[in-house]
Design a protein around this ligand. Structure first.
Ligand SMILES: *[C@@H]1O[C@H](CO)[C@@H](O)[C@H](O)[C@H]1NC(C)=O
Ligand SMILES: *[C@@H]1O[C@H](CO)[C@@H](O)[C@H](O)[C@H]1NC(C)=O
Ligand SMILES: *[C@@H]1O[C@H](CO)[C@@H](O)[C@H](O)[C@H]1NC(C)=O
Length: 375
């Protein structure tokens, strides 16, 4: 009896671990999103980088983190004027680097806020479209937080702090493309495109980050400039799901190349603020900003720009009723602070969840999602 039982356990164990994924969507799409993600329901998104230095937007365009692009690619007059008026001639975006000092960054204080907010995971912009890495990447020489500005491994320190506080998983936002990476720009000029940039930068960066920081979520973005073949996405996900140190617990989204949104990868983000308002037969996530006008920090944010508790609770209820997770975004400052207005909302939401968490965490959507406007 005991021997039989042991055999059964061994068989069950070996079949559970023997799933091997192929480097194609047919196979990769069969991988279930881990239970922790579905059960967690609520995470915190953190947009932090060199863009946190200028930390300004014009015309409420909702993207202070796109400063470089608005200034240099669109050459929007308000951005150009702002730079001409306030910075010396010839000042470049790279000159903001040394000002990303983070001298007030206390990772344990951040972790304490996230924990008390009731968040079960965080997603840090380890690299946004500007290409600056918040970890000392060997593939981003002199454009990372250890070589420039803070001179600290910001990703590593935050990961260590959330591990210390416990119950909050660490996730990585990663932009596949970089606005001004010459390798990427050259790749796109060739027909068919060469793959020097993914081969020499984005692909090895993802492997490096996963091996060194063991994130349990990868929020891929900036993928629209190429297809999944260009980014080597299926090859990467095969490695991630079969071989990587986080192969059993990793959750991933769906932004893995043009045409993959809402179709391939892991859970669905589709577009920013995705909020379908009906039950979706696939796990999804609503990324939602606490400052209604930006992901990155804005120095010009006013109190009425910060979403109210009623808006947050409504959005959380509506999202989880339809099978989604809410990823609530904050933008910290260049000196490393989470401003009081954000901290206050996060702690208020945490207090609400202390009372009402039983109806949130670990729940499954019901057959009806709402009765008029009650979700
Ligand atoms: C910015 O977001 C606000 C509120 O979320 C929305 O009403 C507005 O249309 C957006 N602006 C742009 C330029 O997309
Ligand atoms: C960068 O490369 C060096 C030398 O190969 C290695 O010791 C270091 O761990 C690498 N850094 C990262 C972040 O992988
Ligand atoms: C639920 O909300 C949707 C979208 O707001 C609305 O169209 C629908 O009528 C509501 N359902 C019920 C039963 O009230």
């Amino acid at each position: 009896m005991i021997a039989l039982f042991t055999l059964f356990v061994l068989l069950a164990f070996s079949s559970a671990t023997s799933v091997r994924y192929e480097a194609d969507w047919k196979s990769l799409d069969t991988r279930p999103t881990p239970d922790w993600f579905d059960n967690g329901k609520f995470g915190i998104f953190i947009h932090w980088g060199i863009f946190s230095v200028p930390s300004i937007d014009f015309d409420h365009n909702n993207h202070s983190e796109w400063f470089w692009s608005f200034w240099k690619i669109n050459q929007s007059p308000k951005y150009v004027d702002f730079m001409n008026k306030n910075y010396k001639p010839g000042f470049s975006y790279a000159d903001f680097g040394p000002q990303f000092t983070c001298e007030l960054f206390e990772p344990d204080q951040w972790a304490d806020i996230f924990k008390h907010a009731g968040a079960k995971y965080i997603v840090l912009t380890a690299k946004h479209h500007e290409g600056f890495t918040l970890w000392p990447s060997n593939y981003s020489w002199n454009w990372n937080a250890v070589d420039v500005g803070a001179h600290r491994d910001l990703a590593g320190e935050l990961k260590a702090a959330v591990d210390r506080v416990g119950g909050v998983r660490f996730g990585m936002y990663f932009s596949q493309f970089e606005w001004f990476n010459p390798l990427h720009i050259e790749d796109l000029k060739r027909k068919p495109p060469t793959r020097n940039y993914p081969n020499m930068v984005s692909y090895p960066q993802m492997i490096e980050f996963v091996n060194n920081y063991k994130p349990e979520l990868i929020w891929s973005d900036g993928d629209w400039a190429g297809d999944a073949d260009y980014w080597r996405s299926t090859e990467f996900l095969q490695w991630l799901f079969n071989e990587s140190p986080v192969k059993d617990s990793i959750a991933v989204n769906d932004r893995w190349g043009s045409g993959t949104w809402g179709r391939h990868g892991g859970y669905w983000n589709v577009m920013d603020h995705y909020d379908p308002g009906h039950l979706v037969g696939h796990k999804w996530e609503n990324c939602f900003n606490l400052d209604r006008y930006s992901w990155g920090y804005r120095r010009t944010m006013t109190s009425s720009d910060v979403r109210t508790m009623l808006e947050l609770i409504n959005e959380l209820a509506r999202t989880i009723a339809c099978g989604g997770n809410l990823l609530l975004n904050i933008g910290p400052t260049a000196d490393g602070r989470i401003v009081a207005a954000f901290e206050l909302r996060l702690r208020q939401l945490g207090r609400w969840l202390q009372t009402n968490g039983e109806g949130v965490y670990g729940t499954k959507p019901w057959i009806y999602q709402n009765d008029s406007n009650i979700w």
